[in-house]
Design a protein around this ligand. Structure first.
Ligand code: NAP
Length: 284
């Protein structure tokens, strides 16, 4: 396999490089090397490298900031993936694109399947959904993976924020009425590799962690593992608050659990996020 990776310095991009199978050739690019919003640069890079796979780990992921940066978010999350799909098609490469649980409005009470109706509540989710649609229109055989609540030893994420706050405060108030599935970026990277090796058919696949929690419960898991591993001397007191008590610029779905039966059917397991957290917490 000859893979062009975008967003190489992000959480997923970094984990993907760590897991690259032997014999796969990669050109790992980040925004400083290849700006995915620049169609002519994307075309030139793809024509020059001639990949058979393009993995798009690049994205605008600042959920709250997106509310005031709609144009930039749309450029990176919609136009960027579309550019990659166009360039991929020109050289016969297959695109793997990554999307989000925030394409849903969270009014469901059972896990979302791939064909459920989307209705993003915020600009980030909307631009990611537009990206999915644009990619699928240009390249129906593209693989689109929707994932959720991503964490890793790299970049910025909830786990790192919690560990920092635990050192600064004795008590933390964390939202206890939004449910989702934490997902380790390393497991997403491995799922992408497995999907490519199995040469699955194109379309949307849901992939997320195997245990649904609230942000509050996720924080408590982080603290108990961190204390157990000696990463924190003690856990802060964790209070539960409602979404209304923690207003943010972007509305978030109250329930964004993804049903992973489709990806499970090709023998790819969900992310065992507690195990992953246990391993990476000391690397943070
Ligand atoms: N993080 C989550 O909780 C979460 C949840 C659900 C789904 N997802 C999806 O999962 C995927 C991976 O997320 P992540 O957490 O790994 O993201 P991340 O850590 O924020 O990394 C995103 C990367 O994209 C790069 N990038 C931004 N604009 C670019 C451009 N114009 N051209 C090229 N590269 C650009 C960034 O580089 P710079 O730093 O140089 O800008 C950064 O390295 C994304 O599609 C995201 O939407 C994430």
């Amino acid at each position: 396999m000859k893979v062009l990776l975008t967003g190489s310095k992000g959480q997923l991009g970094s984990c993907f490089q760590d897991r690259l199978p032997a014999g796969w050739k990669i050109w790992a690019t980040d925004s400083d090397v290849l700006d995915i919003t620049d169609l002519s640069a994307v075309r030139a890079a793809v024509a020059n490298f001639q990949p058979n796979i393009i993995v798009n780990a690049a994205a605008y992921t600042a959920v709250d900031k997106a509310e005031t940066e709609h144009e930039l978010a749309a450029l990176i999350n919609k136009v960027g993936p579309e550019n990659l799909a166009v360039a991929a098609k020109e050289v016969g490469a297959r695109l793997v694109h990554v999307s989000t649980d925030y394409v849903f409005d969270g009014t469901a009470s059972t896990p979302y399947i791939e064909t459920d109706v989307t209705n993003p509540l915020g600009v980030y989710g909307l631009t990611k959904l537009d990206g999915e649609t644009a990619v699928a229109a240009v390249q129906p055989e593209a693989i689109i993976i929707r994932t959720a609540w991503v964490f890793s030893e790299y970049g910025n994420n909830f786990v790192k924020t919690m560990l920092r706050l635990a050192k600064e405060r004795d008590t933390l108030s964390i939202v206890a009425d939004q449910r989702g599935c934490p997902t380790y970026a390393g497991d997403i990277a491995q799922a992408i590799i497995d999907l490519l090796q199995k040469n699955v058919s194109g379309g949307v696949y849901h992939f997320c962690g195997d245990k649904e929690v609230t942000w509050n419960e996720f924080a408590q898991s982080i603290f108990s593992i961190a204390v157990c591993k000696g990463r924190l001397s003690s856990s802060p007191e964790v209070k539960g608050i409602s979404t209304d008590e923690y207003p943010t610029p972007a509305k978030r779905p109250a329930y964004s659990v993804l049903n992973c039966d489709k990806i499970n059917a090709v023998n790819i397991d969900r992310s065992h996020w507690v195990n992953a957290l246990d391993v990476i917490i000391c690397k943070i």
